[in-house]
Unconditional design. Sequence first.
Length: 205
Amino acid sequence: MQINIDRKTGVFLAIITLLLAAVVSLSLNRGEDDGFMGMHHNSNNGMGMHHNSKGDYTGADIMFLQMMIPHHQQAVDISNLALKTSKDAELLALAKSIRDAQTSEIAQMKSWLNDAGAGLDMGHSMDGMGGMLNDAELSALNAETGSKFDILWLKGMIGHHDGAIHMTTMIRDASNKEIKAFGENVIKDQSAQITQMRAMFKRLS
């Protein structure tokens, strides 16, 4: 399997496409009582804003959460695979850390969507987006063992993390302070893990 670690261009194009789709959808629904994904629209925010007692959620906030949940879920699934397959102590510790942290973060993101009155489904496929592994790449990873598995897993997870970091550009100007802080933590934590994984890749290669 060949995984392209640098997927920045694809990530940005996919984000732009989804944001444009959201803008079009919101424009069509503007003026109605119930807006896109249950959000109320106002003339000051073309992406729409949902207000409640816990905070505000823009269309970009909602879409980010709907995209990041399946993205995190794949990281959890791949980490579980590593815990069953790898024999490398450092990789096993990292996989457990990723699994535990992102499982908790998935629960938090689902809570935010529920608070915003939005569903989990964003209506778009995540295939090939944000550094996510496709079916062929997942099959190849499942077929490997030993050091070949470890190296392939590291390649895949580095690209996966890189994609997540670039997805946070969607909430760079988030009005919801908790979601903004979440994005900043994704950048901090996953950047550190990328540095660690690159060192591990060098050691195992």
